[in-house]
Ligand binder design. Structure first.
Ligand SMILES: *Cc1c(COP(=O)(O)O)cnc(C)c1O
Length: 227
């Protein structure tokens, strides 16, 4: 485990340096869906502190069992409004907000806990019907609406591009997300920060870093294949 994580960290660092970025601006999110708590703990021992989870029930059990307050948990899966109350309780950052209805429900639950919930807006750049995310053209108006919700803090954008065997084919999607971020910044929407770009997974994180990723979500390269 340590060996795999060191290798990934090294690749992140080398890629950042090769495109003139400070490696500290790229954070590793270890995607631990379906991974048992022992393996998560092994990753912690190897120096990983941010974990991404997709399924709320599985995540809650795991977070409770591991019980390590040093860890930061990110929710990266598709989220239904009726699960918002759990997610707000356990997660520091939600990567997958894509509708106003969901944002409103997260806001309502966060308010009950007296919490400001950090979120990213997930964008479906390729308009794939099988994937979540707001359409590129609707993103700014969604973010304007979300900016009025007092217990939410928008930190940036996330995307899940179509799957290709060649990472170069994914580059245009990452580029589009980075451009969209700049466009949103130009709008100077109150209470909105656009610091984070969550993009890149095991097969394409290097390309994502070259295009500006600040959070790379890596599962398989750390924990092996999910059955
Ligand atoms: C599973 C998952 C990942 C990790 O994918 P790998 O190819 O295993 O690195 C990243 N992001 C999301 C949203 C995921 O669901």
């Amino acid at each position: 485990m340590k060996n795999k994580i060191d290798k990934i960290r090294n690749r992140i660092e080398q890629t950042a340096l090769s495109c003139g970025r400070n490696p500290l601006t790229v954070r590793l999110v270890a995607v631990s869906k379906t991974v048992p708590p022992e393996n998560v703990k092994a990753a912690v021992d190897a120096g990983v502190f941010i974990f991404g989870e997709n399924y709320i029930q599985e995540a809650m059990n795991k977070i409770e069992e591991i019980g390590d307050s040093r860890l930061s948990w990110h929710f990266i899966g598709h989220l239904q409004s009726n699960k918002a109350k759990y997610v707000v309780r356990y997660f520091d950052l939600i990567h997958s907000v894509d509708t106003l209805k969901l944002a409103q429900e997260i806001n309502r639950q966060a308010k009950k806990l007296n919490k400001t919930q950090n979120i990213l807006v997930q964008v479906n750049i390729a308009m794939e019907v099988t994937k979540s995310g707001v359409a590129t053209k609707d993103t700014i108006s969604l973010i304007k609406d979300i900016s009025k919700l007092e217990n939410l803090s928008v930190k940036g954008l996330m995307t899940m591009p179509p799957f290709f065997n060649q990472p170069e084919k994914v580059r245009p999607y990452f580029k589009t997300l980075a451009q969209l971020k700049d466009q949103i910044l130009e709008e100077s929407i109150e209470h909105i920060e656009m610091k984070e770009l969550s993009m890149g997974m095991t097969g394409d994180f290097e390309v994502a870093i070259e295009e500006g990723a600040t959070l790379v979500r890596i599962g398989t390269a750390i924990f092996g294949d999910r059955s």
